[in-house]
Design a binder for this molecule. Sequence first.
Ligand SMILES: Cc1cc2nc3c(=O)[nH]c(=O)nc-3n(C[C@H](O)[C@H](O)[C@H](O)COP(=O)(O)OP(=O)(O)OC[C@H]3O[C@@H](n4cnc5c(N)ncnc54)[C@H](O)[C@@H]3O)c2cc1C
Ligand code: SF4
Length: 636
Amino acid sequence: MNHARELDGHKYDVIVVGAGLAGTMVAKQLGDQGWRVLVLEAGTQTLDTWPGHLDAMNTFYAALAKVPNSPYRPNEAAPSSDVLHTVSKPGGGYESKGYLVQNGPLPYGTDYLRANGGTFMHWLGLTPRMHPTDFQVRTTYDYGLDWPIGYEDLEPYYRAAEREIGVSGDVAEQKREIGLPFPEDYVFPMHEIPSSYLDRVLARDLDGTRVDSAHTSEPIELKVVNTPHGRNSTPNNMYDGGKGYRPVEAAGLPNYGERCVGNSSCTPICPVQAKYNPLKTQAAWSQKVTLAARAVVTRVLAGENGRVFGVEYQAYDDPAAPVATTHTAEAHIVVLAAHAIENAKLLLASQLANSSDQVGRNLMDHPVMLTWGLMPQPVGPYRGPGSTSALEAFRTGDTRSSHAPFRAVIANWGWIWAAFSPGSDVAGKLGIPFSTQKPRGKAVYGRRLREELGDEIGRQFAFQFEMEQDAEARNRVTIDRRYRDRLGNHRPVLTYDLSDHVKEGMAVAQHVSQQIFVQLRAESHTCYSDESPSFFEYEGAPFEFHGAGHGAGTHIMGTAPANSVVDQWQRTWDHPNLYAVGCGSMPSIGTSNPSLTMTALALRSAEQIHRDLMDLHRPLMAGVGTSPADRPEAAK
Ligand SMILES: Cc1cc2nc3c(=O)[nH]c(=O)nc-3n(C[C@H](O)[C@H](O)[C@H](O)COP(=O)(O)OP(=O)(O)OC[C@H]3O[C@@H](n4cnc5c(N)ncnc54)[C@H](O)[C@@H]3O)c2cc1C
Ligand code: SF4
């Protein structure tokens, strides 16, 4: 580890702000090409070692509420948002009690993690590609915003991202069932993660059956489709023209390239590190990459010529009681990779890149609506990854003009998200109601308690309808001098709501869900409580949603400086050597979990940054050679 205080005065080719997935990938590519890269990371670096990983596991085991951030110790210098911070207000509505300042109307119920490795330390691990039609929703379906590039521009980078993350999946099925284009003979690095028993029961009962979507004259045919994952399964010998693939090892324990064994705690932490995390890529960084943790970047420094020349940051030692000293670091190019919300906050605090007035706007997520019930027979929940398959038929098609599309994700972990099961089931059987508003029930004990729990928990299943959210300028991140953290830095102020396009999508998903429950002969237990922070009514019906953690769209890419913050390379229009990478650049997010697409974008940007650096150095390199490694300073 490099101490952030000792870096003062050094000049780098590139400074990357944030060692999450996007920053880790950019640093890897540029370091491999010989450029000197400084990565400044606000959080601590304790997770890189095996003892650090075990400490996080133990913190998770000890936590009362098993939420995404529970394995990771709080950090007063670089606070994280947390799902537990959003609470209901008596009489309706919500309050945000933590790091994020929220002024509604609906809560942004999603979190992120500020520690080395970033939010990807607690991701679920799903890596679907976006569909080609997701890139042109404004032109084709008249909502949201278009991308300046298309699927075909990203396709080679999708393959590069699938190699870096180590994706397991079935290309033939993705082609056949979703219509995703892949090159001839391409296979994922690893075979698909086996479908869960629940997936197989649902496939048996649903495949080939049809439901009415309320917006089409033609019924829609159902098919359970396995989802690509960023977790190790069996390597595919056909990968890379028959060379095969070696699974990436665990961070802090080389040669421990464990396969997914179904421990079922992927969100927030995989005990055997079968699930990918960015620390695995960091372990393969070249020596040209310097990581300095406990370094909170506070602003980007710009000259009068519109070019940026470095960053200001605060170095601290103790995350529990931080006292910071302020420093600067300089570079030819600065890359913000601090998460969609933090990138926007940094740009706003630096008063940069905002000639379009788009910085912070178009904040998106995949709002998740849950439906849940009991199957007539046991389906073996609470095993394996949180989800292995989904119904994909609702992602595409002309109905997108009238409502948001969605993926109907099959949830393997029973009612854990919907009703805090199995803890709430045990409490319920002991007569303790989940809501304080409800009266205590009659308790059962002993053998009857065990039998009833075994029967009911074993039949639990749920659907997570993950809706595409359209970009809307009113949904935004701002800063306000009144709201600061312990080090005096801005806390993000969020304004968030759902459009009628999304709400109509949820109504359609409800309608579809009801038909599926009938087909499955399942007993629905879905109920939306007006005590929930994210409760709302639409067309007289009750709804409730959750955040997916897919923060996106705060520094969108576009075709011109007037309509966007960054260009197709994620380079800010206003400052030719300032990049902002991550999901914040996405003008639309389709229905796919966004991080594979984000990684593809980051790898594509790294190529452009390399070209920019080559251009910057060209006069100096006359007669020396064209490789960055040929430059005199590369030998130091
Ligand atoms: C519960 C959950 C489950 C998820 N599951 C999936 C999934 O299955 N599939 C999927 O595709 N996506 C998933 N996501 C989304 C995914 O985690 C994010 O898209 C991804 O992590 C974003 O990467 P990033 O590098 O942009 O940001 P981050 O991963 O958040 O990394 C940003 C880094 O920047 C650092 N940083 C922040 N501010 C500063 C500063 N001022 N100075 C220096 N450093 C700073 C942070 O500490 C952090 O290390 C999930 C998210 C959540 C919350
Ligand atoms: S199911 Fe278990 S082994 Fe597999 S990725 Fe999740 S936590 Fe790791």
